[in-house]
Design a protein around this ligand. Structure first.
Ligand code: SF4
Length: 422
């Protein structure tokens, strides 16, 4: 995989060292088992894959090149370049400004832009309409385009479906920048519709199979097709005409298990003949991180909790949280600042979309044994944030062992036996 030139400040002494050790021992990424690092009062169970992916490093490299090469120019990001507060604050600290927030609301009026400015397109890509708007202002949209190649691969898949007269079903979060970008491209080649999750896919399948009336059934409390999907279909979409032949593409960061089950469900609804068998369009980082998290959950018998670090609007990170939540107490945090001296923790609750404080999360166990914590992060989270959490918890909970000794022991375990929890 290509090496990117990203700022030194994103390198981390503990997690970075662990990653170097693990990739030296297993360059082909065959071993998906977690690393178990025993720091005394805390045993860390660290999945094989997490943190900056190809697309994120690519975006960070491009925007920093733009900053260094253009000290006299104003630099704008169309929206958050990636969904991580540390990286976005770092860019703002270097004078980069945002044109939109993640919901697409304007933060800086376009009327302020001139053809002399630099506008960076984020890793999620953008809509065809926005590209046209930027070009209309005389801006170069190619030079500082950080759209991830794995997102562009989805667009190609979607264009092929449209060209072959299939309606494109985009499985994604309809307000997410990437899904908006993919949907806008799908609309430019034919009919398209967005489904958010398995529940919505089931409703769509009922409409396709005629098990549910397109007009709905107010008496039975059932909404019509337009009430549910009306704002998420291409212009001129006809549920009668355009749900006969379909194919599915995904936002690259969706849950792999859900993605497969939605494809199977919709294929059964329209029959094999009318379903385009696209392979799933999740990206490698999503797949690797979810597999590694599941391996940590399977192999880390007796883990007490999981700490997942990332931006609260990060799709791939929230899916790691969902995976862990099914097995053990899980806390979605933005970084080390979430951890308080009194062993309480400020974390984001996915179900309520609210920040909450939980007490005694890091309290010592009654049997005196070390707390066992699964620690991971999303694809847009710097390893420095993971390091900071590890070190803060170690300091609060008596994980005082020397880092060199911990790694020496880990390396010894790796060479002698499978890396299973002690
Ligand atoms: S998560 Fe996947 S699609 Fe998104 S930037 Fe990373 S590699 Fe690209």
């Amino acid at each position: 995989m290509r090496k990117f030139d990203i700022p030194q400040r994103y390198n981390s002494p503990v997690i970075g060292r662990l990653k170097v050790m693990r990739s030296a021992a297993d360059p082909r990424k065959r071993d998906v088992s977690p690393a178990v690092l025993n720091f005394g009062g805390i045993t860390w169970i660290i999945p094989r894959h997490f943190g900056f992916c190809f697309g994120v490093e690519n975006a960070i490299e491009i925007v920093h090149k733009a900053i260094y090469a253009n000290p006299d120019k104003r630099i704008f990001l169309l929206s958050q370049m990636i969904h991580n507060p540390v990286v976005n604050a770092d860019l703002e600290g270097q004078g980069v400004r945002f044109l939109h927030d993640t919901q697409g609301r304007e933060l800086t009026p376009f009327s302020e832009l001139t053809s002399d400015d630099i506008v960076v397109i984020p890793a999620f890509g953008t809509t065809v309409e926005m590209e046209a708007k930027l070009k209309g202002l005389g801006l170069d949209i190619e030079k500082f385009n950080t759209t991830c190649p794995f997102v562009e691969r989805v667009w190609k898949r979607s264009a092929k479906l449209g060209a072959d007269d299939f309606t494109v079903i985009v499985h994604g979060k309809h307000n997410h920048e990437e899904t908006r970008a993919t949907f806008s491209r799908a609309c430019s080649t034919g009919p398209a519709l967005v489904v958010k999750d398995r529940v919505e896919a089931e409703v769509l399948a009922q409409f396709i199979l005629g098990e549910r009336a397109l007009a709905g059934d107010p008496g039975a409390g059932l909404e019509s097709f337009d009430e549910i999907f009306g704002k998420r279909v291409s212009p001129g979409f006809s549920a009668v005409e355009h749900l006969q032949r379909i194919g599915v593409v995904n936002q690259t960061t969706m849950l792999a298990t859900e993605t497969q089950s939605i494809a199977d469900l919709l294929k059964a609804a329209v029959s094999d003949r009318n379903f385009a068998n696209t392979r799933d369009t999740l990206c490698y980082a999503t797949v690797d991180n979810q597999k590694a998290t599941l391996a940590a959950l399977d192999q880390a018998e007796g883990a007490d909790l999981a700490l997942i670090i990332g931006g609260f609007n990060s799709s791939n990170t929230s899916h790691l949280v969902e995976l862990c939540e099914t097995r053990l107490p899980t806390y979605f945090i933005s970084g080390a600042e979430a951890l308080n001296e009194d062993a309480s923790l400020e974390h984001f609750e996915l179900a309520s979309s609210k920040l909450v404080i939980s007490s005694d999360v890091l309290a010592p166990k009654s049997d005196g044994s070390p707390l066992r914590i699964i620690l991971t992060s999303g694809a847009s989270c710097p390893d420095t944030s993971v390091d900071a959490v590890l070190q803060r918890v170690n300091a609060l909970c008596g994980g005082g062992c020397d880092v060199d000794e911990v790694f020496a022991k880990f390396e010894g375990n790796q060479s002698e036996e499978p890396n299973l929890p002690a």
